[in-house]
Ligand binder design. Structure first.
Ligand code: GLN
Length: 564
């Protein structure tokens, strides 16, 4: 079968959940037995998002092949079985970089190099290159229609339908249909304008996904269809949902998968959405609750911890538990007394990855607090490095133990660069990025978490490592290095057998968690937290879900997940 292409654009304003929509389309097509792959084009000049601030751009998502990509690729991997890589995300900067390189090499044979056809050809070849074995490629155009930046991408997808034929390409446009309370009406004008803008550049959308706080009534669909030049049954209501994993179900009820297949002239079996129904059921009807503190620096920006939040939700789903997120700014944890006050009521402490010194002392305080009080602790990347520093300081009495990252001339660099990294001056070149194998010690918590497996592969994004010069002393003091690189040279996971649940890893397990396949570390961490809660709180007979007492932060988390 020839590969078909679905192009997803966005109109009216950003943050309409284009990435989740594209992912949900992927999930629906997979539920009908089709092989899909997803791709994102980002209209900014940065060559990749690796160097962009999490404040501006949200999380940097890392793929197996070590690409630092847009966080939408995380949605793609959570909603579908696709494994993305370098080819699945590219920016304007990347396109120009390669066209300019070709020009310098003389590959254009003296011709004038222009946006059309040279830039658009480069874009098209990258879109076509991901097709491989897929039945359908879903390609998301970043930005909002009407932006100057996204024009070359839109021109390229316009040309592709011309190149590949009308039955092989489909344009899906995501817009907003706001409800204006004072008028008591749903407003279609922003959608009309956005579609007009698309049509001006030669793209007639085939399907509109209309975000709205309610289902669109038939007359509104008919009106949008009339003004936007498409049948009313191609106007799909994308009403707000309380759980993003419900989106495939909502789209299916609106007949989206059937419409897509009809338009692309494809045949596929009926959708089997039972797995999604079960995920949503477990999310909606938790039997228990675990209160997890995430101690970090970007705590006010849930987008920076996107995969982490999702992975915790998955861990909750695996345990039929709701996660009560407590985002804690590590700068508020200047002492053990402060930790008592802020963390006193939590069931588990998680210190996620991060860069830079700010807030690290507070994170170390939180780790010590959790370790000494037997509260489940899970450290990721920087979280593991700080756990090692804390142990060296408190248990080995090395008061000045620190990371070379925070103290260039550190006398006790428990966390350090490896020898070969020291000569490299370009920071980017020294990062360990992407999938690396690790071996786990038999009988350890690590190998139990992974179901007895002793060889694993996980994704990395870090520069510093545990300094092997301190390893023996740490081991002698009770810290177990339960995961290492296959040659034993790099520490990958540490744990404390004397503690009810204390585990930290150098890699980022959150990147590989899916609602249908929660990552085992998150599953076991949540389970450990639930056990701690049982010890902490007497049973009161309620289901403990506490939905009725939603805090500001919880609401913010759900809002960021596109649920409110
Ligand atoms: N800053 C640390 C390093 O570079 C940890 C990175 C991270 O947590 N992703 O090694």
């Amino acid at each position: 079968m020839k590969t078909k292409f679905i192009f997803v654009t966005g109109g009216v304003l950003s943050s309409l959940g284009k990435g989740v929509s594209a992912s949900a389309i992927g999930a629906l097509l997979e539920s009908r037995g089709l092989a899909v792959t997803l791709q994102k084009m980002d209209p900014y000049i940065n060559v990749d998002p690796g160097t962009m601030s999490p404040y501006q751009h949200g999380e940097v998502y890392v793929t197996d092949d070590g690409a630092e990509t847009d966080l939408d690729l995380g949605h793609y991997e959570r909603f579908t079985s696709t494994r993305t890589g370098k080819a699945n995300n590219f920016t304007t900067g990347r396109i120009y970089e390669s066209v300019i390189r070709k020009e310098r090499r003389g590959e254009y044979l003296g011709r004038t190099v222009q946006v059309i056809p040279h830039i658009t050809n480069e874009i098209k070849s990258r879109i076509l290159s991901v097709a491989r074995q897929s039945d359908v490629v879903i390609c998301e155009v970043g930005g909002t229609v009407g932006d100057i930046e996204s024009l070359p991408f839109l021109e390229a997808i316009r040309q592709l339908r011309y190149d590949l034929g009308v039955n092989n390409c489909l344009y899906v446009h995501v817009t907003l249909v706001p409800y204006i309370g004072t008028a008591g009406e749903l407003k279609t004008k922003p959608t009309q304008h956005s579609v007009k803008e698309l049509r001006e550049i030669g793209i007639q959308p085939d399907i509109l996904l209309c975000r709205s706080d309610r289902l669109l009534p038939q007359d509104i669909k008919a009106k949008i269809g009339l003004f936007c030049n498409l049948p009313a049954d191609c106007v799909i209501s994308a009403a707000d949902v309380s759980c993003i994993y419900e989106v495939p179900l909502v789209f299916h009820r609106e007949g989206l998968d059937e419409k897509i297949l009809e338009k692309l002239g494809m045949w596929a079996r009926h959708a089997d959405l039972s797995a999604w129904e079960e995920i949503v059921r477990r999310y909606r009807e938790p039997r228990r609750e675990a209160r997890i503190a995430i101690v970090g620096k970007y705590v006010h920006l849930v987008e920076s911890y996107k995969s982490l939040n999702e992975a915790l939700i998955h861990g909750g789903i695996a345990n039929e538990a709701r996660i009560d997120f407590r985002f804690v700014n590590s700068e508020d944890l200047e002492s053990q007394a402060a930790c008592d006050e802020v963390l006193g009521e939590v069931d588990g402490v998680l210190v996620p990855g991060g860069f830079g010194e700010r807030g690290s002392e507070g994170k170390i305080n939180a780790i010590r607090w959790a370790r000494e009080r037997g509260v489940p602790f899970f450290g990721i990347c920087l979280g593991m490095q700080l756990a090692v520093i804390e142990y060296a300081r408190t248990r080995l009495g090395i008061a000045r133990a620190n990371s070379r990252e925070f103290e260039e001339d550190c006398g006790e660099p428990v966390i350090d660069l490896m020898e070969h990294q020291k000569e490299v001056t370009m920071k980017g070149a020294t990062m360990r990025l992407g999938a690396y194998p690790a071996v786990l010690r038999p009988g350890s918590l690590a190998s139990r978490i992974y179901g007895g497996q002793t060889e694993i592969s996980e994704r990395h994004r870090h520069r510093y490592e545990v300094n092997n010069a301190y390893r023996q002393r740490l081991e002698d003091a009770g810290m177990v290095f339960s995961g290492t690189s296959p040659d034993g040279g790099l520490a990958e996971a540490v744990e404390l057998p004397s503690h009810p649940w204390f585990f930290a890893c150098q890699y980022h397990p959150e990147l590989k968690s899916r609602p249908s396949e929660p990552h085992p570390i998150f599953r076991e961490f949540v389970s450990g937290a639930l056990e701690h809660r049982e010890r902490r709180l007497p049973r009161d007979g309620s289901n403990g879900s506490g939905r009725e007492r939603e805090t500001e932060v919880e609401r913010a988390v759900r809002a960021a997940a596109g649920e409110v």
